[in-house]
Write a protein that binds this ligand. Structure first.
Ligand code: NAD
Length: 266
């Protein structure tokens, strides 16, 4: 007989970059588990409002939206303060916002480097810095960083992304050690390729950078790296995230969880 529950009713979760792709799917998973949600991300305001109302109605939870730009530390701090003031708690922080740019290092635009480091790495420092005092007061918290297989291994033409994702692995581990006695955990999920708008964009960019067709990028580059030859699904990521967010995940701390079809086992 187990007393472990994955019901997250009454928990408050904030997911950066949750207007699209993986972040939106994880928000859906958390809402389905009963958590109240703060959505964040860029996009058309009418579409975001439709998503917000739809999630709240389908799952019977409180869903709010905060438009913090992950390039702006003061707006990021306000996202966490908003979660606390609107939902009363900050139980689960999912650092998911991310962008990509594919180019040879000698041609990599400086501005793209800066924004990838800011959005994919520094934004997680700012959310964690603001959330940890609240989580310590609660005596419980879950920090889940959506890193990547590229947090563990590299690919060419993605210098900024690979640097940021390797950086978030270090942040995940350092924070894990600091909060270990406070009922808080800090972990990283490292997905392989998931077919999201970000990856659709990468297919086109990689085709250009390598001078090959988009079909060849999918078959010979993207799924070549993934031994299962299958894209990772949203449900597969949700299963792991909900485990880490639940009481069952309390002893998982400072770890990197690969969900990549065997990519980094090679
Ligand atoms: P996506 O482009 O579909 O979604 C990215 C989200 O981040 C969107 O909601 C977007 O609005 C938000 N965002 C971007 N810039 C922002 C900013 N300045 N401020 C606030 N929000 C911002 O991408 P995705 O594929 O769902 O990727 C989500 C995360 O998963 C990223 O961190 C990515 O690196 C990681 N990841 C993706 C894959 C994959 O195959 N798709 C694999 C491994 C890791």
């Amino acid at each position: 007989m187990t007393s472990i529950q994955t019901d997250l009713s009454g928990h408050a979760a904030v997911i950066t970059g949750s207007t699209s792709g993986i972040g939106l799917a994880l928000a859906e998973g958390l809402a389905a588990a009963g958590a109240n949600i703060v959505l964040n991300g860029l996009g058309d305001s009418d579409e975001i409002e439709t998503t917000r109302v739809d999630l709240a109605q389908r799952h019977g939870v409180d869903v709010r939206y905060h438009g913090a730009n992950m390039l702006k530390p003061d707006e990021i701090a306000d996202l966490i303060a908003f979660t606390k003031s609107e939902l009363g708690r900050v139980d689960i922080l999912v650092n998911n916002a991310g962008i990509q740019h594919v180019a040879k290092v000698e041609e990599f635009p400086e501005g793209k480097w800066d924004s990838i480091i800011a959005i994919n790495l520094s934004s997680a420092f700012h959310t964690i810095k603001a959330a940890v005092p609240i989580m310590k007061d609660q005596g419980r918290g879950r920090i889940i960083n959506i890193a990547s297989a590229h947090g563990l291994v590299a690919s060419p033409f993605k210098s900024a992304y690979v640097a940021a994702k390797h950086g978030i692995m270090g942040l995940t581990k350092s924070v894990a050690l600091e909060v270990a006695e406070s009922g808080i955990t800090s972990n990283a999920i490292c997905p392989g390729y998931v077919k999201t708008p970000l990856v659709e964009g990468q297919i086109a960019d990689t085709a250009k950078a390598r001078g090959i067709s988009e079909e060849d990028v999918v078959n010979d580059v993207i799924l070549k790296a993934q031994p299962t030859k299958q894209f990772v699904t949203y449900d597969q990521l949700n299963g792991l995230m909900l485990y880490l967010a639940s009481d069952a995940g309390a002893s998982c701390n400072g770890a990197a969880y690969q969900v990549d079809g065997g990519w980094v086992a090679q």
